[in-house]
Design a protein around this ligand. Structure first.
Ligand code: UT7
Length: 338
């Protein structure tokens, strides 16, 4: 790879997203679970979630989101693809090479990265490292998950929360002073609490909600504070807080503790649920489309998930050109023609 060594910051320059067509309402869930629309809305903020049909794979969602991002990147080359997912289509091979092949990117570096709901932030850090080390000048970073596959069908504590989707960005080599340049990425883990959210081999997702809630707030607050400080800023300088969308009450609690008011928080969980590694890029796409996230906003991304894992980073939001007229692609069934 080429380039001035002083110009090896990772700059976010394109964005795309994909959601399954089917939207499942709380009312529908109430026909199969002992729950209520009021409980789900007040305890989580979720009203609908997108559920992929059985013919739609993680690779399908990832490919569509990535294609949207690549279109807005105007089909310039990328040299690596990182797919953050905990629901790969197979144990072997990784899903990323198949996604690369379907995007006509056969030959580039492609790998899956598993850090649960923090996967997208880990993938951003890995991509920034590939750029800094001259392995790549541009990297496609995708977060895609089919979380609806994991809960037991009758589990009212997890089924209302988890959903399907994908989001993607392109990071390119650039200058640390440009809009879109990632600040330092703060990452962490604590495997001593791995049992709080786990899917044993061959089993269903098991979650201890209340302790996870407390860890999520503590870890995202600490990571955000650290990332903002490393970027030479203070929480009061933040225009937009974009947390992993796990629960609207978690987003509000993180914002409250950091002194970042509701008008500066991005909360998109109402219509998408918790899409794990897809949640941050999906939230970025939704907020960009809605106009609540605009060019120049000093933005903090933060995530927390199983592992435990957590992370945060900062960037000044760039002017994103949507591919065609929209950032979102809705899909049904296989995308093998992509
Ligand atoms: O993605 C990253 C990792 N995940 C998270 O960060 C999730 C963090 N945790 C949470 O978001 C929340 O803990 C939940 C949304 C999972 C649960 O909310 P909560 O306010 O912590 O409720 P809870 O688990 O303390 O349950 C309160 C009550 C219980 O009944 P009792 O024991 O008080 O009689 C539950 O059995 O609510 C009951 N309950 C439900 N009731 C109706 C649990 N799920 C449901 C439900 N409908 N779906």
């Amino acid at each position: 790879m080429t380039g001035d060594p002083g110009e090896r910051a990772a700059v976010l320059c394109a964005l795309g997203a994909a959601l399954p067509v089917r939207s499942e309402s709380n009312a529908e869930l109430c026909t199969v679970l002992d729950t209520s629309d009021a409980w789900i809305r007040t305890r989580t903020g979720i009203a609908h979630r997108r559920i992929a049909d059985p013919a739609t794979s993680t690779a399908d969602l990832a490919t569509h989101a990535a294609a949207q991002a690549l279109t807005s990147w105007k089909a310039r080359p990328v040299q690596a693809l990182i797919l953050a997912t905990t629901t790969p289509d197979a144990q072997i091979p990784a899903t990323a090479p198949a996604v690369a092949a379907r995007l006509n990117l056969t030959g580039i570096a492609a790998f899956d990265l598993a850090a649960a709901c923090t996967g997208f932030l880990y993938a951003l850090a890995a991509a920034a490292g590939l750029i800094a080390s001259r392995t790549a000048d541009a990297v496609l970073v995708i977060g895609a998950d089919r979380m609806s596959l994991l809960p037991a069908p009758g589990d009212r504590t997890t089924r209302p929360l988890f959903a399907d989707g994908a989001g993607a960005v392109v990071l390119r080599r650039g200058s640390a002073t440009e809009a879109g340049a990632l600040g330092p990425v703060v990452l962490g883990s604590d495997g001593t609490h791995g049992d709080l959210l786990a899917v044993p081999h061959g089993g269903h997702l098991r979650m201890q909600g209340p302790p996870l809630f407390r860890h999520a707030v503590d870890r995202m607050c600490a990571a955000s504070t650290h990332a903002v400080r490393l970027a030479g800023r203070r929480p009061e300088d933040v225009d937009r807080l974009v947390p992993h969308q796990a629960n609207a009450r978690i987003t509000a609690a993180v914002g409250r503790r950091l002194g970042i008011g509701a008008d500066r928080q991005v909360d998109t969980i109402e219509h998408t649920g918790n899409t794990s590694a897809a949640s941050i890029p999906l939230a970025l796409a939704q907020a960009t489309v809605q106009g609540t996230l605009r060019a120049g906003h000093r933005t903090v991304l933060t995530a927390f998930g199983a592992g435990l894992t957590w992370g945060a980073t900062t960037l000044r939001w760039p002017a994103i050109q949507p591919a065609g007229h929209h950032l979102f692609h809705t899909i049904q069934g296989s995308a093998r023609d992509q």
